[in-house]
Design a protein around this ligand. Sequence first.
Ligand code: MG
Ligand code: MG
Length: 256
Amino acid sequence: MIALRTNEEIALLKENALLVSKTLAEVGKRIQPGVTTLELDKLAEIFIRDHGAEPAFLGYDGFPNSLCISVNDVVVHGIPSAYRLQEGDIVSIDCGTRYKGYYGDSAYTFAVGEISSAAKQLLQVTKESLYKGIEQALAGNRIGDIAAAVQGYAEQFDYGVVRKMVGHGIGRKMHEAPEVPNFGRRGHGKALKEGMVICIEPMINEGTKEVYLDEDGWSLHTEDNKLSAHFELTVCIRKGKPEVLSTFEYVEWESK
Ligand code: MG
Ligand code: MG
């Protein structure tokens, strides 16, 4: 069963989505060489609680922190630690909130100082692939239209599109039906209907699409240890034009 949300529910999901977007911007302001990923996690937790919400990742399936922080070859689910970010790293910050009974979930991959041109292209293409997917998030389309748009765009650059992890519906739980893969065939999969709310989140690798699980039980690494990027936004399915509930505007305004 895929839920169709009322306008009241969509408004609450949007409050969560915007809080997550603002949290990412707060974290983004502090990203620089020398900062530990645990410091970033703490400031996000405080910011979320100061807004009357709860960090949704903390304790989720036993996850120990408020943010997933995934550096360089870590695709997703990196655990904040004493690691100090270094010039040239790329770092994915994935954040979730719970507020008024609903959830928010969004991710952005940041550059730490000056990064290589190869890394810049990976970030750019991954973000663009997300927007290609969002363009297809329309009533009357199917999940496969989103999936094929993301995959087709990223693979033009010979990047690996991660299969193991996928996007998802969001509502009164963080992960709800449907699954939203970043690979698939146009015209296939579940039909999109007005009022569905989904998280689209391409995870794109510089090299192979294959990943392995770290000994820590959480972090997913690229199998060839090349870079991986991850961007995620929450989208409400509408007729004619998707309604994007979260935004990168706060992040990108702060980094200007
Ligand atoms: Mg996320
Ligand atoms: Mg998600």
